[in-house]
Design a protein around this ligand. Structure first.
Ligand code: HEM
Length: 533
């Protein structure tokens, strides 16, 4: 005893105690600012040093800090792995249960969607993918989590806040609004801006943009002596989608905006901020506010601004222009490129689709592609759906969270404690044989037109098909996106013969798809020749 007392060090003992108390406090009160949190830790760890300076005679100061860090990390690890943790009953890899750092690494590698699929295969429909996070692939949970009376957005939006330039812009960003009422308020102008009348204006803009792309591609074919253009179709499709009348298709990406945007998707997929986008948005907003009178999305959003909530529409248009660019361009461009990729991989469907398009808009007669006929074209829509099923452009992180103070939520047989984040990964649901089989992993558009009664083993559960998410925070631009997908696919397939360039290994396309919250893609080198000049 005397020996123990003689070895007792008040500074180190208090350091250990401070670390345990800090862990308990952090558990209850999640810090919002990383800098504030780190400064707080240094301040707490310094208290024992200030109170017991005499101990410094026997220990260097760094030992005191090292002990604090070791105790707090060990305490967190033990608690997260222990049966005392509220999510202890849910299976998941040890590294995921200990820390989010492991998932940040997986995210960095870009194959998060495949990792989630492996986890669900190994552990079942509910997997613990983070210390306080679950991933769920039971389709019955979709309504409970994403539906009308579902949960607000999850903590990932805390870190992904776009337009961080000012509080005003933050408060106006629809996609990162975590409070249900605030989200509903911000969503109203978007819903109106995608109503029937505005959609007529947008379809005209999409048709003009498609003509522009058609003309550019034809021009490239004409330039070569064999009338065959060698192009990276993925790049041109991106210019088309991102172009949204920013002149990128005709002038090219002179300022590297698109390139910047793609590289800017990596940091937020790990830590989360895209400041350059705010600058571009401010430019766009100025342009819109001063001289541009086109009846595009910005025009309609401004028309529907709630005058009580935003006297000055500028912050609204800034955050919305970033949102429209980010939410709408990569998603549409990747899906369009995926559709062409699958059609090149499965020429049978290219031919069937071409016959359907020709039957409606014969190329010899120069019949214009009519938007109102597209929804009834079975093969066209089956092909689009099948590409969205296999490669949903937002593959993994549809995230919601049980709010603190709510008391928790019952999801099926499971009670989910407050503070838990829940992910519904479309990529995993879409490739789950419980919902789509047979040929679950194959591109098989016919599944969309088959009659269930033809084959008792045939499963096609469209309620598990959620490329645009579900509920009050689903994709606001879905109608526009679907129109763009239908129109441009029909135009390209009718007007051009398309094939992979020699030497391009098609498998590289899927290898290059990286899950950076939305998919980013690599080049799609194709040969194009006009079907009628
Ligand atoms: C193929 C194309 C597209 C796909 C697959 C897609 C998919 C999605 C998904 C999965 C979400 C997330 C919803 C959630 O967290 O539950 C979303 C949100 C959103 N999308 Fe799209 N999107 C596409 C194109 C577009 C376009 C063209 C626009 C508009 C220009 C757009 C605007 C938005 C907006 C504003 C949100 C946020 C909605 C909210 O938080 O209420 N999207 N989209």
């Amino acid at each position: 005893m005397d020996y123990l007392l003689s070895r007792f060090d008040p500074m180190l003992s208090m350091e250990g105690l401070a670390a345990l108390i800090t862990h308990v406090w952090v558990q209850e009160n999640e810090p919002e600012s990383l800098t504030g949190f780190l400064l707080g830790l240094v301040a707490i760890a310094s208290i024992p040093i200030i109170l017991f300076p005499s101990s410094l005679g026997t220990h260097p100061v760094w030992q005191s800090y090292a002990l604090f860090v070791t105790v707090i990390l060990s305490s967190i690890t033990v608690y997260r792995l222990s049966p005392l943790h509220p999510l202890a009953r849910h299976p998941g890899p040890v590294l995921c249960r200990i820390s989010k750092l492991w998932m940040a690494y997986i995210s960095f590698r870009g194959k998060q969607h495949e990792y989630f699929k492996e986890l669900h295969l190994r552990y079942g429909p509910i997997v613990r993918v983070g210390p306080n996070e679950l991933s769920v692939t039971d389709k019955d949970s979709i309504l409970i989590i994403l539906g009308k009376d579902g949960l607000p957005k999850g903590p990932l939006w805390q870190g992904r806040i776009i337009t961080p330039t000012s509080q005003k812009n933050k408060a106006n960003s629809l996609i990162s609004a975590r409070d249900l009422q605030h989200h509903a308020k911000l969503r109203k102008p978007w819903n109106k801006a995608f109503g029937l009348a505005p959609m007529i204006d947008y379809t005209e803009l999409v048709i003009n943009k498609s003509f522009e792309l058609n003309k550019l591609l034809l021009g490239m074919c004409r330039l070569s002596c064999d009338k065959t253009g060698h192009v990276d179709l993925s790049k041109w499709i991106s210019l088309f989608s991102f172009g949204h009348d920013f002149g990128l298709m005709t002038e090219g990406d002179k300022n590297g905006i698109m390139k910047n945007m793609e590289s800017a998707l990596l940091p937020p997929s790990i830590s989360q901020h895209i400041p350059w986008a705010a600058l571009f948005a401010v430019e766009q907003a100025k342009l819109r506010a001063t001289r541009d009178k086109k009846k595009d999305l910005f025009y309609h959003l401004l028309q529907n601004v709630d005058p009580e909530s935003t006297a000055d529409p500028f912050p609204l248009i800034v955050s919305n222009s970033v949102l429209a660019i980010i939410a709408g361009s990569d998603t549409t461009a990747t899906t369009l490129s995926n559709i062409i990729y699958y059609l090149l991989l499965y020429p049978k469907y290219m031919e069937e689709l071409r016959s359907e398009i020709e039957a409606n808009f014969p190329i010899e007669e120069h019949a214009p592609i009519q938007g109102d006929k597209l929804p009834a074209m079975k093969m066209l829509n089956a092909i689009i759906n099948e590409a969205l099923r296999l490669l949903p452009p937002l593959p993994t992180l549809l995230q919601r969270a049980v709010p603190k103070g709510s008391g928790g939520k019952l999801i099926g047989h499971f009670f989910i404690p407050e503070g838990t984040a829940i992910v519904i990964p479309p990529y995993c649901l879409h490739r789950d044989p419980r919902y789509f089989s047979p040929r679950t992993e194959e591109f098989w558009p016919d599944r969309w037109s088959m009659d269930k009664s033809d084959d008792p083993n045939f499963v096609h559960d469209a309620s598990a098909f959620i490329p645009f998410s579900h509920g009050p925070a689903n994709c606001a631009g879905k109608t526009l996106a679907i129109f763009e997908l239908r129109y441009l696919t029909a135009m390209l397939v009718r007007n051009f013969n398309i094939s992979f360039q020699d030497g391009f290994a098609p498998s590289v396309w899927e290898e290059n798809l990286l899950d950076r919250f939305v998919f980013t893609k690599g080049p799609l080198p194709v040969k194009l020749s006009p079907r009628a000049l």
